[in-house]
Design a protein around this ligand. Structure first.
Ligand code: PHE
Length: 341
């Protein structure tokens, strides 16, 4: 009997030491010292022993039970403390990486906000567009040479429409007549910001870029309103010191037409090494041509309007302190570059 108890004890200890989970330990406790466990069943056998030996064996069984229980509970303690993660509150935390908005997204938000403050409504028109809205509706008939300026991508589409070929819109001016047809009766104060596409790629051009197009149509709109709006934008976007000037130009969809310049932030319009003449070119503008109003079903005798359309990237790059040596960097997805702006 003594040997049986000792070998049972050894067997139990070996199993307890190999166990790696608290629930397994609890199982072993039940198997060896539980109510119907192996040691307990030995106690029941005690009756078979002569009276003088019963006491000794009984004590041995109880001692074995107790020591097994002790081993099991100390093993349980060990397991539960090693599974607790060590936490040192003095170690500096891991900072999550902070992203930043793309320069173009920031510029678009800023531009929209400035124009919304003076009552312009931001709209969007198709970027895959009918040739009609990009050209014919803007006073550029099918074979007109002025179209060449826009280095257009034509979409090889089987769709036939009275609106002609499908193009990737080369300028946001394609939204002008769409807006007139949507609103029907002026006043119109539209700011259309969208992607544009042209077949060009160099330090200051990308095949895909963004333009923002303003269109205002109402009674008695004159060049004074155009100049006032441009000045308001320039002061809010570039800073109070910057001035704008209109230079005569020609677009088929505006009459008269202008190129808008902004004073150089370094020499303030006097002329310096960087800008040469004191002015930097922003983009086109002009008074809406009567034929364009007619295409939008608006009576040119009753209403007049102005429009302007500039590149978002180009305009942003003229902000003071922004130096981007190659506009293509903006779309290179190189985080080392993009993180700087
Ligand atoms: N759409 C012209 C361009 O892409 C700019 C422009 C817009 C000119 C509105 C006049 C009026 O260059």
């Amino acid at each position: 009997m003594r040997e049986e108890i000792i070998s049972l004890k050894n067997e139990a200890i070996a199993q307890i030491m190999e166990t790696s989970s608290i629930s397994e330990l609890e199982n072993l406790r039940i198997i060896y010292s539980g109510r119907n466990g192996k040691l307990t069943s030995l106690i029941k056998k005690l009756k078979e022993f002569p009276k003088d030996k019963r006491k000794q064996v009984g004590i041995l069984i109880n001692e074995t039970k107790n020591s097994l229980n002790q081993i099991i509970s100390s093993q349980k303690n060990k397991l539960s403390s090693s599974s607790r993660k060590w936490f040192d509150p003095t170690i500096p935390g891991i900072k999550p990486k902070l992203g930043n908005l793309h320069l173009v997204t920031k510029a678009i938000r800023e531009i929209s906000l400035i124009f919304e403050k003076i009552g312009f409504v931001r709209v969007r028109y198709p970027e895959v567009e009918w040739g009609y809205f990009a050209f014919e509706a803007l006073n550029m008939p099918k074979t007109h040479p002025a179209r060449d300026e826009w280095e257009t991508f034509f979409v090889d589409s089987k769709l036939n429409s009275k609106f002609g070929q499908t193009v990737l819109t080369p300028h946001t001016s394609s939204g002008q007549v769409r807006e007139m047809l949507r609103v029907k009766t002026p006043p119109i104060r539209m700011i259309n910001i969208a992607k544009c596409y042209r077949r060009q790629s160099d330090v200051s051009h990308t095949q895909m870029f963004h333009q923002f197009e303003g269109l205002v149509i109402d009674k008695d709109i004159s060049i004074i309103n155009l100049k006032g709006t441009l000045d308001y934008f320039a002061k809010n976007f570039f800073g109070n010191k910057r001035k704008t000037r209109l230079r005569p130009y020609d677009f088929r969809f505006t009459e008269p037409s202008f190129e808008v310049d902004i004073s150089c932030d370094i020499c303030n319009g006097k002329g310096c090494k960087l800008c040469k003449e004191g002015w930097l070119e922003l983009g086109g503008a002009g008074m809406v041509h009567p034929n364009v109003l007619k295409a939008g079903k608006i009576d040119p005798k009753k209403y007049s309007g102005f429009a302007f359309g500039w590149g978002v990237e180009r305009t942003y790059m003229m902000k003071s302190g922004i130096k981007i040596p190659d506009i293509r960097f903006l779309y290179s997805s190189d985080l080392n570059i993009l993180k700087q702006y």
